[in-house]
Design a protein around this ligand. Structure first.
Ligand SMILES: Nc1nc2c(c(=O)[nH]1)N[C@H]1C(S)=C(S)[C@@H](COP(=O)(O)O)O[C@H]1N2
Ligand SMILES: [Mo]
Length: 480
């Protein structure tokens, strides 16, 4: 490419950054984000292999990765516009912005602020591409302005998110605070705490940031095929809530990973809520619908009878649900993987007789709710202590909803050895385990497996999360 051509690409990319910055700041002042809107669109439409690879590679930074991808993608797209003949550039910019705005409005989260920001960005882009910078100084000016505007928008968004989080925290206790749980293990160095603090609990969802829902305005509607449609405020729900301990696991939690957490939840049993509304005999599904348009539906019958003990959850570890974990309410059926267990940021429960097409179902995942496969994780494998070769091995294991019967480890693929289990706080919760083994000098592989109360032994066959949940043993190596 000629020097001139390169200059054109750089100039257009600099204009792109300026336009995105302007749009993002305008969206932020309206309580939204163009970048997050486009990010959500990518999550909703990217081919499943792309989603799976991003989740696997970006790990807990999937949201940051998506946002960075949106910014880089915008720069690449605008640079590409420089390759168009001059007379097509302005229309391309306008179409780009109008398209983005339309998608933001049509998209699941129906983001008006993102659409306004998208249109503003298109306007700036259109103007900028008419007379793109042709010197390094001009490019620097556009790029610096863009980066500055983006930083200002980010600051604004974070400030509003912090304010919201603070407002939520001030709602006061939801259940016993702090949650006390004991399994007789005390504080084993390196071993995961029995209860996962909200701030350390994994976050998994299709949004870049949690929606901000005003607790005063929010009402839960139970609608559809019911004799008594009901509406509840958060305070109404708190009066009927009970506490329960349970582990929540993401279907993307490959052996040894951290997409699982154990909390003391505070929620209303779904059996009670459903009984009050008196579902029609024709109703077959409970649709849980989130404010962002994401849905998960569950078969009604087992929820109604309590065969699957589900909850409408409003608290976590003694406090209101933090925004990232679904404030003000979510549905949770312990034992189902997170993406099948019910939505965070619940807007509505609808009883229906439709074969509801849910978010992940549309994307190729099985339509039947997937149960969590039992897993054991090794958190500690430390040599030393009471003599050479003595190695403490400890971790957590879960087999919700029925509970953990046994955890075993094996060294270098020899015989499985049972380990000591911490006391069970609830069958659906995880259990800690530990043991001390004597290892000869050298490098050793330690693996762990769990057996559930229903007799299900963790399977060692390695499988990717898609489409039925991951498989395999967690394995660590130690050198004595
Ligand atoms: N509204 C909504 N609810 C959702 C999701 C989502 O993307 N949107 N993700 C689900 C998935 S995949 C998981 S694993 C759990 C994660 O809950 P957490 O972020 O509180 O750990 O929420 C579930 N509920
Ligand atoms: Mo998940």
């Amino acid at each position: 490419m000629s020097v001139n051509g390169k200059r054109r690409l750089l100039g257009a990319a600099a204009v792109g950054l300026g336009a995105l910055g302007a749009g993002e700041l305008i969206a932020a002042t309206h309580g939204g984000s163009v970048i997050d809107g486009v990010g959500r669109l990518l999550a909703d439409t990217a081919p499943i292999p792309v989603v799976e690879t991003t989740v696997a590679m970006a790990g807990r930074y999937d949201k940051e990765t998506t946002r960075a991808g949106v910014v880089l993608g915008t720069l690449a797209a605008t640079a590409g516009m420089a390759l168009l003949p001059q007379r097509l550039r302005a229309p391309a910019a306008a179409a780009f912005g109008a398209g983005a705005a339309a998608l933001a409005l049509r998209g699941a989260n129906q983001s008006v602020p993102a659409a306004i920001g998208g249109l503003a960005a298109a306007g700036v882009l259109r103007a900028g591409l008419r007379r793109p910078p042709t010197t390094a100084g001009g490019e620097l000016l556009w790029a610096t302005a863009g980066a500055g505007l983006l930083a200002a928008a980010e600051t604004l968004i974070r400030r509003e998110d912090r304010r919201h989080t603070e407002r939520v925290r001030q709602l006061g206790p939801m259940g016993s605070h702090p949650p006390m749980a004991e399994d007789g293990f005390g504080a084993e160095p390196g071993l995961t705490p029995l209860i996962t603090k909200a701030g350390r609990f994994y976050v998994a969802d299709v949004n870049s940031r949690p929606p901000r829902i005003d607790p005063g305005q929010w009402r839960l509607a139970i609608t559809g095929k019911v004799a008594h449609p009901l509406r509840f405020s958060l305070a109404d729900l708190a009066e009927q809530a009970v506490e329960f301990d349970a582990v929540m696991v993401c279907v993307h939690n490959t052996p040894g990973a951290g997409r699982a957490g154990n909390a003391r939840w505070f929620g209303v049993p779904l059996t009670a809520l459903l009984e009050h509304t008196m579902p029609d005999s024709t109703a077959t599904r409970l649709v849980t619908r989130a404010v962002d348009g994401y849905t998960i539906s569950l078969p009604l019958e087992p929820l109604r009878t309590g065969e699957w003990p589900g909850y409408l959850v409003i608290g976590m570890n003694g406090e209101a649900l933090p925004p990232e974990h679904g404030f003000p309410a979510r549905v949770f059926v312990p034992g189902l993987y997170g993406q099948y267990t019910g939505v965070k940021w619940l807007a509505e429960l609808e009883l229906s007789d439709d074969t509801q097409v849910d978010y992940w179902w549309k994307r190729g995942w099985p339509s039947d709710a997937l149960w969590v496969r039992p897993q054991a994780r090794i958190d500690v494998a430390t040599a030393g202590g009471d003599g050479p070769g003595k190695t403490t091995v400890a971790g957590v294991a879960w087999a919700p909803p029925r509970g953990v019967a046994r955890v075993e480890i094996r060294i270098d693929e020899t015989d499985w050895l049972s380990v000591e289990l911490g006391a069970e706080t609830a069958p659906a919760a995880w259990r800690r385990w530990r043991t001390v083994v004597d290892l000869p000098p050298g490098t050793h592989t330690i693996q762990a497996r769990v057996t559930g109360r229903s007799g299900e032994v963790q399977d060692g066959a390695v499988r990717a999360p898609f489409p039925e949940g991951p498989g395999g043993f967690h394995s660590v190596t130690v050198t004595i």
